[in-house]
Ligand binder design. Structure first.
Ligand SMILES: NC(=O)c1ccc[n+]([C@@H]2O[C@H](COP(=O)([O-])OP(=O)(O)OC[C@H]3O[C@@H](n4cnc5c(N)ncnc54)[C@H](O)[C@@H]3O)[C@@H](O)[C@H]2O)c1
Length: 400
């Protein structure tokens, strides 16, 4: 299954950092007849989930290097997100990031110049009901992946070793909750996670930092605010409200609905990740945000307006009438806000969309991809929603 490139890489231990250089190299040194192709790759872990699949699709559409995509395909992973990708550009491997033998083999055979780790258990409500899976994947899984990556990186030499990067994708939730007038989280803000999900991500961030400090592994960590956009599993706030609104079901709002979240379109997040990978300084962490703080009530009201405009209900009833208060989540963080001036200043990042624009595009995407949502809303998903929220409604949780 694997292309044998080991012999060639022994001769050509060069590193191509971007697509332009890649094309330039290919033009200067066309392949000899019969010679195996030397292909730089990146390895994406968890690339069948919401953000990971957006990242992979954009990466490949930009003509960047081929991707080896390792994903366990939990309930949140979906291979159809990646359907149609050419096999010479995208290699999907079904497996667990905690499987050190598998990751070591993939690294040795594909020799990626970077590993980008999206793989995680990500839903806060699930972490409250069953934290163990979160520790298993987010903490132990990250540890095993880091160990395999460290061994691989130690075996690299020269420019290849110099250029290698491990990028840990994390969340603003590791910083805990802000008061209404507190300044936004900066990279130096102390970690104060409040849910098992956030605690497990914090542990993964600390491990990543430790591998940088102790072993010199060139790590990068990003802490991003709430994402929304195509391919988001409908247990999270935005797609659930869209689907419930379309079906005329209740739109449940936790507590008073005045919890504040900062929102970023997933495409803006992915661009920030590419910048971090290419220009980020090893050992650094970068906060990524959208500068779009909204209460949950504001978000749901905006979604209702968009749905009424783009897909009016058959009976003409405004979607707002479907909003219902439900008991608040235990330990619910009141406010997240992210100061992303470091990545703006150092790497030139700025979000391209306002929340209103991005949300409109997202509603349009879900309207145009009904078969995708029908497919992912499986029996197991329905069982979870029933247990967590009761039979009356299909959930109204937050992003994670
Ligand atoms: N969604 C957000 O708003 C948000 C914001 C900031 C940071 N993040 C972080 O970004 C990353 C991706 O989030 P998402 O929303 O795309 O998550 P998701 O739940 O949609 O996808 C997670 C993916 O990881 C895979 N996976 C889970 N356990 C695995 C394992 N042990 N080995 C290999 N693959 C495994 C799943 O199959 C799935 O494809 C997570 O680390 C999350 O903490 C998410």
């Amino acid at each position: 299954m694997w292309t044998t490139i080991a012999g060639w890489t022994g001769f050509f231990r060069f590193v191509v950092r971007d697509a332009a250089a890649d094309r330039c190299w290919a033009a200067l040194f066309p392949r000899l007849p019969g010679a195996p192709e030397i292909v730089m790759t990146i390895m994406v872990v968890g690339g069948a989930g919401f953000i990971g699949s957006n990242f992979v699709l954009e990466w490949l559409s930009l003509g960047l290097e081929p991707v080896v995509n390792l994903d366990k395909l939990t309930y949140a992973g979906n291979r159809t997100n990646l359907s149609g990708l050419p096999p010479d550009r995208h290699l999907f491997v079904h497996g667990d990031k905690a499987d050190r033998a598998l990751t070591a083999e993939l690294l040795a055979q594909r020799r990626p110049r970077a590993v980008v780790d999206f793989a995680a258990e990500t839903h806060v409500d699930r972490s409250i009901r069953g934290p163990e899976a979160f520790l298993t994947t987010n903490v132990l899984g990250t540890f095993h992946l880091l160990e395999a990556v460290r061994a691989y990186w130690l075996g690299l030499a020269g420019a290849e070793r110099e250029a290698f990067r491990f990028l840990q994708i994390s969340t603003d939730e590791v910083y805990g909750s802000l008061g209404p007038d507190d300044p936004a989280f900066v990279e130096e803000s102390p970690y104060a996670p409040n849910s098992p999900y956030a605690a497990s991500k914090a542990a993964a961030d600390h491990l990543t930092r430790a591998y940088g400090r102790t072993y010199g592994l060139p790590t990068l960590t990003t802490n991003c605010s709430n994402n929304y956009g195509p391919f988001q599993f409908p247990e999270k706030l935005v797609p659930l409200m869209i689907l419930n609104g379309l079906a005329g079901r209740d739109l449940p709002i936790y507590g008073d609905g005045r919890q504040i979240r900062d929102w970023l379109h997933v495409a803006d997040h992915c661009r920030a990740l590419r910048l971090t990978l290419e220009r980020g300084r090893p050992g650094e962490t970068y906060n990524i945000g959208g500068g779009q703080e909204k209460t949950n009530l504001e978000t749901v009201e905006l979604l209702c307006r968009l749905l009424d405009e783009l897909a009016p209900a058959a009976d003409g009833r405004p979607r707002r009438d479907l909003m219902r208060r439900v008991a608040d989540r235990p330990g619910h963080d009141r406010r997240y806000a992210v100061d992303f001036s470091k990545i703006a200043r150092e790497l030139g990042f700025a979000p391209a969309r306002t929340f209103e624009q991005g949300l409109r595009e997202t509603v349009e995407w879900y309207l145009g991809h009904r078969s995708w949502t029908d497919d992912v809303v499986s029996g197991a998903y329905r069982d979870w929603v029933k247990v967590h929220y009761g039979a009356a409604s299909l959930e109204g949780g937050e992003k994670s």
